[in-house]
Ligand binder design. Structure first.
Ligand SMILES: Cc1c2[nH]c(c1CCC(=O)O)Cc1[nH]c(c(CCC(=O)O)c1C)Cc1[nH]c(c(CCC(=O)O)c1C)Cc1[nH]c(c(C)c1CCC(=O)O)C2
Length: 348
């Protein structure tokens, strides 16, 4: 039955005449119906933990655009929250956490994740799965250990993740403990999402691109590998999408050895190179520039066509190279969907 859903078919390695399509951060501020519900919530985290609202927001982009996948509405920072770190979101400023500046402060965290705290997320999943169209796949997600740790250490978003990189150089053993804790917590969290009803999972390593190669192997590849092994052991049938943003040439070793079912490519990655590397071995997801979508018009059409042409010989999922921007006009998303869906004869 799953084979009927185009996204799951591509994740099992099949090519389709038209790639299935969804957009990272597709539930969000560019949608007026999102902004309306969001304005009624006490806080962003409260919104994430309100199953009725979170389920509704998950479904909004499906109703409007008929994407091939819904992604659970939540945030990667619910994991630190369920590990006992204080998390809040200030409007216009992004996330705020109690920073971790010294190894001793790691003892403030719980030794394992409190999944009961995330019960509202699992209830959201339960509500969404009954409401999705038959052909729409349902994706769960979490942040990767390195990306989540970068917020936990700095206590906020940073342009270069310097606080976490410094902490890792100064206190490698403590940092390794934190990364290990996050790998186990995140794998357990994804397994519980799968049990609740998601059909595929995506791991977001949004800040993987800043690390030198030796650090990349320790803090990105190794914990992702640990997560993939844990999840595949329990749920071999559930596909995993790894979005290792800024992987660059590390894509070679990811495809060789990570064991995910698909790799998400960011905006700057060359789709022609990636397609040559991945064709016949893995599914690939990406990678239209979110700014081309914002700009619309010919820039959008050209961007879409280049990507469709580059991946025409691959098991390909059409997506952006990073999240959709809040200023993106709705008409441009409609134009994107129409252009991808009418591509059958142009690129096969
Ligand atoms: C790094 C990261 C975060 N969260 C996420 C990442 C990885 C992906 C990426 O790199 O973009 C992932 C995420 N965040 C959100 C989703 C929902 C599902 C989806 O539609 O994709 C997903 C998959 C909702 C959200 N998460 C957040 C919002 C906006 C908050 C609001 O509506 O007030 C949404 C819709 C808040 C958030 N959450 C985070 C930041 C830095 C911010 C503030 C910046 C921003 O506002 O975009 C952490």
């Amino acid at each position: 039955m799953n084979e009927q859903k185009p996204l799951l078919s591509v994740l099992s390695g099949n090519k389709t005449p038209v790639p299935p399509l969804w957009l990272m951060r597709q539930a969000g501020r560019y949608l007026p119906e999102y902004r309306e519900l969001r304005s009624k919530a006490k806080s962003f985290l409260d919104f994430c933990y309100s199953p009725a609202a979170a389920a509704e927001v998950t479904l909004q982009p499906i109703r409007r655009f008929g994407f091939d996948a819904a992604i659970l509405f939540s945030d990667i920072l619910v994991v630190p929250d369920a590990l006992g770190q204080k998390v809040s979101f200030e409007t216009g400023e992004g996330p705020k956490l109690e920073p971790i500046e010294l190894p001793e402060q790691l003892s403030r965290l719980q030794q394992s994740i409190d999944l009961a705290r995330l019960d509202p997320v699992f209830e959201t999943i339960d509500r969404v799965k009954g409401a999705l169209p038959r052909e729409t796949a349902f994706i769960g997600f979490c942040g990767a250990p390195w990306t989540v740790a970068s917020y936990m250490i700095a206590g906020r978003g940073t342009p270069d993740q310097a606080p976490a990189r410094l902490f890792a150089y100064r206190h490698p053993e403590a940092f390794e403990r934190l990364i290990g804790l996050l790998a186990d917590a995140s794998a357990a969290y994804l397994l519980r999402q799968i049990e609740a009803g998601v059909e595929a999972v995506q791991i977001f390593d949004s800040w993987a691109g800043v690390l030198p190669p030796a650090e990349f192997r320790k803090w990105v590849f190794a914990p992702l590998r640990r997560m993939v092994l844990t999840i595949k052991k329990e749920r071999p049938q559930t596909p995993i999408i790894a979005f290792v943003r800024g992987a660059g040439t590390h894509l070679v070793e990811l495809i060789d050895g990570l064991g995910a079912d698909a790799y998400g490519l960011e905006t700057a990655e060359d789709p022609v190179w990636a397609a040559r590397l991945g064709a016949g071995r893995t599914a690939l997801q990406g990678n239209l520039d979110p700014l081309a979508l914002l700009a619309g018009g010919e820039a959008l059409d050209r961007g879409v066509d280049d990507i469709l042409a580059a991946f025409s010989d691959c098991a390909h999922i059409f997506n952006l190279g990073h999240g959709i921007l809040p200023q993106t006009p709705i008409e441009n998303v409609e134009r994107l969907v129409a252009r991808v869906r009418s591509s059958e004869n142009r690129f096969s």
